[in-house]
Design a protein around this ligand. Structure first.
Ligand SMILES: C[S@@+](CC[C@H](N)C(=O)[O-])C[C@H]1O[C@@H](n2cnc3c(N)ncnc32)[C@H](O)[C@@H]1O
Ligand code: SF4
Ligand code: SF4
Length: 321
């Protein structure tokens, strides 16, 4: 049986205790891709935050357990990422780098590993170069680069998580994607439920029946040495008859309750993915250290209601659980 992933253990703890234990940092919001589904907050607005500044902020958060570097495409600021990972590793803080993997190289992968990166988390939605190229509007050779970098990550012994967005474009191909993930040597597959994007009107999310079919199929065919994490499904997993078992987890959402997002301009957001509400700014008097003690109005409203767009999309006529 596969061992649990340390970075992800925060999502497997009992929810209900509100404390800043995870920070997602938008090191840069710029990106070399323009995915239709993209949830990045103010993507390509040019806002960046330096490693030195991130380290200063983190050093004031003694209860922090993990830092996720996400944007944008944070490998555009590779050296900053490396410096943040190095600092975190030296201070017992787990790190995850979320990337489309197109700007990685063998040298960068080895350096990130040696710096102590806990997880490299790579988006992986297609099994063929042409389909990938058509969807992302890039040259098919970019798929070769993606595949090569994934293989380099596993060969380097980096804990590699491939994330597949379960949406209209992948729902019929999930089994093949899962087999390809395995074939590339990756043993952790995260299935991210798709969330509607009001800012771009993107709404190609998976309908309930298709979601049930895909999740059931993936669990049925799971190989014993792999781990599946299903994210943004915890609010309705029971209702749809999903059950955890060894190697199958419906991660508890921590966004807004244990984890916040820090944008390059200092804005603090509840959740970049589904609740991009600015609750303060570190350069305008908001202290991340005391944010759950002081609770800005937007944060206490959120904690009172705990809205979940993933739940609302699948159960539009019911009250949020
Ligand atoms: C905003 S991206 C940033 C990291 C990197 N650029 C990438 O794409 O992997 C972070 C993650 O958000 C996920 N994501 C983007 N849009 C989404 C949506 N509409 N619903 C759910 N997840 C989404 C992507 O699959 C990706 O893994
Ligand atoms: S690669 Fe990531 S940040 Fe860039 S457009 Fe796609 S989802 Fe958004
Ligand atoms: S609140 Fe947002 S991040 Fe959390 S499970 Fe729902 S959609 Fe996902």
């Amino acid at each position: 049986m596969a061992a649990k992933n340390r970075y992800k253990s925060l999502e497997l703890e009992t929810p209900g205790v509100y404390e800043l234990e995870g920070l997602e940092v938008g090191v840069t919001s710029n990106c070399n891709y323009k995915c239709d589904y993209c949830c990045a907050y103010n993507r390509d607005d040019g806002e960046c935050i330096s490693a030195q500044e991130v380290i200063r902020i983190i050093s004031e958060l003694p209860r922090l357990k993990r830092v996720r570097l996400s944007g944008g495409e944070v490998t555009l600021k590779y050296q900053d990422c490396l410096d943040i990972v190095t600092y975190c590793a030296a201070h017992g803080i787990d790190t995850q780098l979320n990337t489309n993997a197109t700007l990685l190289t063998g040298e960068r992968i080895h350096a990130l590993r040696d710096a102590g990166l806990s997880n490299i988390h790579i988006s992986f939605n297609y099994t063929e170069p042409d389909a990938y190229a058509a969807y992302y509007r890039v040259h098919p050779r970019m798929y070769g680069r993606l595949e090569q970098n994934i293989r380099l990550c596993t060969e380097a012994g980096l804990e590699t998580v491939l994330e597949t967005l379960l949406f209209e474009g992948t729902q019929a191909n999930m089994r093949a994607i899962s087999e390809k993930v395995y074939d590339m040597g990756v043993r952790i597959h995260e299935i991210q439920n798709s969330i509607v994007m009001p800012h771009s009107n993107w709404s190609q999310i998976t309908p309930k029946e298709s979601l049930v079919r895909s999740v059931t199929e993936l669990i049925t065919h799971k190989k014993p040495d792999t781990t599946l994490y299903f994210t943004c499904m915890d609010r309705f997993a029971d209702q749809l008859g999903f059950r955890e078992e060894p190697g199958v987890y419906f991660s508890n959402c921590v966004d807004g309750t244990k984890q916040l997002h820090l944008h390059g301009n200092g804005d603090i957001l509840i959740c970049e993915l589904c609740h991009p509400v600015v609750i303060g700014n570190i350069y305008q008097g908001t202290s991340l250290k005391d944010i759950y003690a002081n609770q800005p109005r937007a944060l206490s409203d959120f904690l009172e209601k705990l809205p979940c767009p993933a739940y609302d999309a699948l159960f539009p006529n019911e009250q949020n659980a």
